[in-house]
Design a protein around this ligand. Structure first.
Ligand code: AP5
Length: 204
């Protein structure tokens, strides 16, 4: 079992790029953000516990995230590895992950902070398909626009907290994975197709 990690600041384009990687590798996407939002929508104990952290733009405690991942990796589709999106986010999460699966590549998508805010504030999601749009950079088809939603944490003040959490707790992981020789840096400050092409080149 060998997995890939999609790494980068909030709004870097991890979710956007995940589908091309899934298509290329056949690995299922495991997004801790999506799993937490589902848990919250279903009012589970985990979802309710995670809510205040997510709405404040803070990281959810490691032990909650690690047990979520433990359970997810027991599922049949994870047997040959998965594509992690937004996990791990702390050194402690990475160390726990190393005990349960092999990570063969960490794709780090880097975007300057000043570009992140406009990406996140303009993001819209299709709740029926999970498709990610942007009011300027990836407009949704006209007929879908009325059903699009905006994430509760996609506002400027929460994004600033998420960026702070990223720089203090998550960015050090780049060094951790670089030392293991598996970090691949991608310039995320290009258009969506250019970023996809750079990533696909890594996977051939
Ligand atoms: P999570 O859902 O993981 O959010 P995130 O990491 O902040 O990442 P995003 O989903 O915001 O961004 P993305 O990189 O996927 O960007 P996207 O492709 O959508 O986490 C949410 C919260 O859950 C966290 O704050 C935390 O509380 C908690 N959490 C989750 N995992 C956790 C963990 N492991 N540990 C602890 N807590 C955890 O793109 C963004 C926008 O930009 C879109 O509109 C898109 O269309 C546009 N876009 C994408 N690429 C480009 C491009 N190249 N050019 C122009 N626009 C682009």
């Amino acid at each position: 079992m060998s997995s890939i990690v999609l790494f980068g600041p909030p709004g870097a384009g991890k979710g956007t790029q995940a589908s091309a990687i899934m298509q290329k590798t056949g690995l299922p996407q495991v997004s801790t953000g999506d799993m937490l939002r589902n848990a919250l929508a279903n009012q589970t104990e985990l979802g309710l516990e995670a809510k205040e952290y997510m709405e404040a733009g803070k990281l959810v405690p490691d032990e909650l995230i690690i047990s979520l991942i433990h359970e997810r990796l027991k599922e049949e589709d994870a047997i040959h590895g998965v594509l992690f999106d937004g996990f791990p986010r702390t050194i402690s999460q990475a160390e726990s992950l190393a005990k349960i699966t092999t990570v063969s590549m960490v794709i780090s998508i880097q975007v300057p902070d000043e570009k992140i805010i406009e990406r996140i504030v303009g993001r819209r999601m299709d709740p029926e398909t999970g498709e990610i749009y942007h009011v300027v950079f990836k407009p949704a088809p006209e007929e879908l626009k009325s059903r699009l939603i905006q994430r509760k944490d996609d506002n400027e003040s929460t994004v600033r907290s998420r960026l702070e959490a990223y720089h203090s707790q998550t960015a050090p992981l780049a060094d951790y994975y670089n030392k293991l020789g598996i970090l691949e840096n991608i310039d995320g400050d290009q258009n969506i197709i250019e970023v996809t092409n750079s990533i696909i080149n890594l996977l051939v």
